[in-house]
Structures are given as structure tokens and as C-alpha cells.
Design a protein around this ligand. Structure first.
Ligand SMILES: Cc1cc2nc3c(=O)[nH]c(=O)nc-3n(C[C@H](O)[C@H](O)[C@H](O)COP(=O)(O)OP(=O)(O)OC[C@H]3O[C@@H](n4cnc5c(N)ncnc54)[C@H](O)[C@@H]3O)c2cc1C
Length: 312
């Protein structure tokens, strides 16, 4: 057994932003590369499955028992942010809210729109998080990863990350994002502070934090990828940044407020599924299936999950 603090029979619900999840055989938080290599060696010896997480704000755990190790990347704890001339290297485990505080202190503008996204920088880069027409991929200079099987350190340039709408190459890799280099652009402190507050306030007004959730469940629909856009046009869909919102499609199916067990399609935002009362993963999955079925029937559009559904 490694010297690290490994928790047994850990209840994943306790760290999930939607407050759903059964138990994992082991759970460990990683602060340093040394700890990471130690745990990877142990996992290999014991031949255990692993799951890497950041702040678990975009992943739906199952209700069942995960017979492996959940590794939470918390590598920003004792590490300094590394400033370069036009960029900064941050640990993947840094919370977006902490990064925004650094931005404010150092007067770096451009990241204000991230305010209120409750994940880590690593999780954001993994899924190319975005909001208000912005995407984190546009700000990434490079990413350093550690290959889970070979333990080799790799470096990806922005182009090599293959960022696309809520996609990156890392979804197809067996690697841990360790450091992320992000562009820095000087701005005015008062302006940055005002914008962070405004974006955060907007999320409060949109009731983002009213109930436990994973944010938007489905990806919006890229109009350029729609084969039947002419047909859809008769419904007068609002198109923003080249996309039809999944929330609008769901709302048109009359599903707002629909409940299954303790989960509900939010009445204030049709693309949010919220945990209103001890919901299970099954409740959420049933709502996901229902939404897909209804949207497909009405619009002949196949919605795809933005969240990561982790089945085991
Ligand atoms: C209220 C609310 C609002 C939200 N608003 C938005 C929004 O506007 N835009 C948006 O894009 N998202 C939004 N989200 C979703 C989520 O917060 C973001 O996608 C966030 O960036 C995920 O980061 P995380 O650390 O929580 O990732 P996790 O949920 O922990 O993990 C997500 C995926 O990334 C992988 N991963 C995480 N860290 C690493 C790492 N270091 N190395 C390798 N793989 C890793 C995990 O394996 C998993 O597959 C919202 C969520 C909530 C609850």
C-alpha cells in the first residue's frame, strides 16, 4: 500500500456536484507527480481500473460500486503559478474560481466569462469548456500530460489539442492533464472585477446554483452539421453563434419541469437536469433517454451528451 492517504469504500455522491454516485473501492487526492507515480504503480500492480477527476462538476457517477480507484487531481495545492512573458502555467487541478482570483490580482483579462463554472482548469480543457461564445481552447498555449500506462510526460501545442465544440484530443487519450499554459493579456483591474461579478450575477439570476446539477447536459446543435435545417426552420429556432440551443429543443417538447424519481428537467433551464430530492443516477439517465426520444421524434435531431456519463 502506498504511503498516500487512500480512502476505502468512498461515497462518490459526497464529491459530485449533482450529489449522485455510489461507492468507489478506493479514493485518493493527488498533489504531486511523485504521489501520482506512486499511485499509478500501485494501481498497475493490483490491476485496478481508474477514473481521473477534477471537481466532478461534469461527470455523472453510477449508483453502483466502482471496483477501482478514483484519482482526484489536486495538484495546485503547494505549487506556485509560473508566469511567463505572455502566458502562465497553471496546475490542472486548480479551481477555475482560484484561477480567476489570480487573473484579477495580476490584471489578466479575457477569462471573466468563466466565472461561476465550478470545475478545475484540467476538467475545462478536457471538455473545452465554454460559455457566452467563448471557449477555453482559444486561450490554451500548451498542455502537459502524463501517460497513465507509460508514465511518460508529453506536451501538446494548441493545434495538437484538436479543440472543437466541447471536444479535445484528451477525450481519446489515456492521459492525465497535469499543467496548462494559458495566454495572458493585460487589462484593467476594475474592468476585470466588474465583468467577473456581472457574469457570476447572471448565473445566479439564471438559477444555475439553485439545485445540485452538472450544468448543461446536452451539447447545442451546430447548424452547419444539421442535414435537415430547412425542415427545422419552420419551427423558428433561435440560432446563436451558429448553434440551436439544446435547451430550446427540449422546451419545445414540453419537458420543462418533468420529474423522474428525485431528478427533474429544470423548469428554469431545460438543458439542466437537477437533483431535487435524493436523485439516483438511474433517474437522471431515464430523463436523458426521454429527452433524446422526444427531441428525435419532434425534430429528427439526435442530441449528444455534453456531460460525461461514467458507466461501470
Ligand atoms: C452550475 C454549473 C454550471 C456549469 N456551466 C458550464 C458552462 O457554462 N460551460 C461549460 O463548458 N461547462 C459548464 N459546467 C460543467 C463543468 O463545470 C465544466 O465542464 C468543468 O470545466 C468541468 O471540470 P471538472 O474539474 O469538474 O471536471 P470533472 O467533472 O471532474 O471531469 C470531467 C471530465 O474531465 C476529465 N478530467 C478532469 N480533470 C482531468 C485531468 N486533470 N486529466 C485528465 N482528465 C481529466 C474526467 O475524467 C471527466 O471525463 C457547469 C457545471 C455546473 C454544475
Amino acid at each position: 500500500m502506498p504511503s498516500l492517504k487512500i480512502q476505502r469504500n468512498f461515497l462518490l455522491k459526497n464529491i459530485s456536484s449533482i450529489k449522485i454516485g455510489g461507492r468507489a473501492k478506493y479514493f485518493v487526492e493527488i498533489n504531486s507527480k511523485k504521489d501520482l507515480f506512486e499511485i499509478l504503480k500501485w494501481v498497475k500492480q493490483k490491476n485496478l481500473p481508474i477514473l481521473i477527476i477534477g471537481n466532478a462538476s461534469n461527470i455523472l457517477f453510477s449508483d453502483g460500486f466502482f471496483p477501482g480507484v478514483v484519482i482526484r487531481i489536486k495538484n495546485s495545492k503547494n505549487r506556485k503559478i509560473i508566469k511567463k512573458a505572455k502566458s502562465v502555467v497553471v496546475s490542472s487541478g486548480m479551481l477555475i474560481s482560484d484561477f480567476l482570483n489570480y487573473c484579477l490580482k495580476n490584471q489578466w483579462r479575457g477569462y471573466e466569462w468563466l466565472a461561476g463554472i465550478p470545475g478545475t482548469i484540467g476538467g475545462a480543457v478536457f471538455g473545452n469548456a465554454g460559455a457566452y461564445g467563448q471557449e477555453i481552447g482559444n486561450y490554451v498555449v500548451s498542455v502537459e500530460t502524463i501517460d497513465i500506462s507509460t508514465k511518460k510526460v508529453k506536451k501538446y501545442s494548441n493545434r495538437e489539442c484538436h479543440f472543437a465544440y466541447r471536444e479535445s484530443i484528451f477525450k481519446a487519450k489515456n492521459e492525465i492533464l497535469w499543467n496548462v499554459e494559458l495566454k495572458t493579456i493585460k487589462g484593467k483591474k476594475e474592468q476585470i472585477e466588474k465583468e467577473i461579478k456581472n457574469y457570476f450575477q447572471e448565473r445566479i439570476e439564471k438559477k444555475n446554483f439553485l439545485y445540485p446539477s452538472l450544468g448543461c447536459v446536452f451539447k447545442n446543435i451546430l447548424v452547419e452539421e444539421l442535414k435537415n435545417f430547412e425542415e427545422i426552420k419552420k419551427f423558428n429556432p433561435p440560432v446563436r453563434n451558429g448553434k440551436i440551443s439544446a435547451g430550446w429543443l427540449i422546451e419545445q417538447c414540453g419537458l420543462k419541469g418533468k420529474k423522474i424519481g428525485g431528478a427533474m428537467i429544470a423548469s428554469f433551464h431545460a438543458n439542466f437536469i437537477v437533483n431535487i430530492s435524493n436523485a439516483s443516477s438511474q433517474d437522471v439517465k431515464k430523463l436523458i433517454a426521454l429527452i433524446k426520444e422526444k427531441v428525435s421524434q419532434k425534430f429528427n435531431i439526435q442530441l449528444k451528451e455534453e456531460i460525461i456519463v461514467f458507466d461501470y
